[in-house]
Design a binder for this molecule. Structure first.
Ligand SMILES: Nc1ncnc2c1ncn2[C@@H]1O[C@H](COP(=O)(O)OP(=O)(O)OP(=O)(O)O)[C@@H](O)[C@H]1O
Length: 279
């Protein structure tokens, strides 16, 4: 490229140089049917090993429950997957091609990993519809989203999501007026607007009524297949209803997987009873 050419580009206010482009992850490849690989992951805080040679594999479309005593490393594991914490060693891959350890938090979210924290964080002053609209993956500025018309594909996604989260009749209600359970579902809906491939959900039923828990189990199981869903939860009745007879449950203890298999298998594992279920 000539110097003249370069100068012309610099003078052009609309020219986009490669360094100005957002960080882009390679396309997701799940040809081996595994969506998430965590291998040999360790991380220490002040000499304390919070995660210790952790290996975990999540299949494409799988719903996986992660259980384990307080301090087992469940939150730290989620922090590593989402780029909040960098491990000292090990590897973390999203499909065959995306090295999560090369990406920062926004790039990991953009690659298709959504995280729901325990406490709902919806915009209380906005309606349910507006919350979902705001959460839609798009590069438009917040206020232009609220004033711009959605295209038909976006409208369809919004309607589908409203039905899925059971808030169709509450679309015009201020989010602040929803019950605790409804706020949690709205936030799951907001994550879905970004079309994530993997959803990480931290203690979704804390503070919910039994009816809300049942509805949440229905919602999360209905997401499996189209999304992979990893749920960290302490409520064993809820885990049992999510896992059923066939789904895999992983038990974390001292930063690694202590036991893994069907709910029946892990519940009857003497090591799990000793460190967790026998509490
Ligand atoms: N930033 C940090 N600095 C120091 N220690 C930390 C940090 N983050 C986590 N830990 C420690 O690492 C261990 C694992 O914590 P973590 O929160 O991942 O466990 P958890 O399984 O999510 O527990 P809980 O079920 O109580 O939420 C704990 O002993 C915790 O105190």
């Amino acid at each position: 490229m000539s110097i003249l050419n370069t100068l012309e580009q610099v003078a052009d206010r609309h020219h986009v140089f490669p360094f100005m482009m957002p960080q882009q992850a390679p396309a997701l490849d799940v040809s081996h049917n595994v969506l998430l690989y965590l291998e040999g992951i360790s991380v220490s805080f002040d000499g304390f090993k919070a995660i210790n040679d952790l290996n975990l594999y999540i299949d494409d479309g799988e719903l996986r429950c992660i259980i384990g005593p307080n301090g087992a490393g469940k939150t730290t594991m989620m922090d590593i997957i989402t780029g909040k914490t960098t491990p000292d060693s090990g590897s973390a891959w999203f499909g065959q091609t995306i090295n999560l350890l090369d990406l920062d938090e926004p790039a990991i979210a953009q690659a298709g990993i959504g995280r729901k924290f325990q406490k709902p964080t919806v915009f209380e002053a906005l309606t349910v519809w507006e919350n979902l609209e705001l959460a839609m993956a798009d590069d438009r500025a917040v206020w232009s989203i609220l004033h711009a018309r959605l295209n038909s594909e976006q409208q369809d996604l919004l309607h589908e999501t409203l039905i899925l989260i059971g808030l169709k009749s509450h679309a015009k209600m201020q989010a602040g007026k929803l019950s605790h359970g409804q706020k949690q579902w709205l936030e799951i809906g907001m994550l879905l607007m970004q079309k994530p491939r993997l959803l990480l959900v931290d203690e979704p039923v804390a503070g919910m009524t039994h009816q809300e828990m049942d509805r949440t189990a229905e919602l999360l199981t209905s997401l499996a297949g189209r999304h992979s869903v990893v749920v960290v939860e302490h409520d064993m009745d809820f885990v049992r209803s999510l896992a059923g007879k066939d789904r895999t449950v992983s038990v974390l203890h001292q930063g690694s997987v202590l036991s893994e298999g069907s709910m029946d298998k892990v519940q009857n594992d003497p090591r799990v009873i000793e460190v967790y279920l026998g509490e």
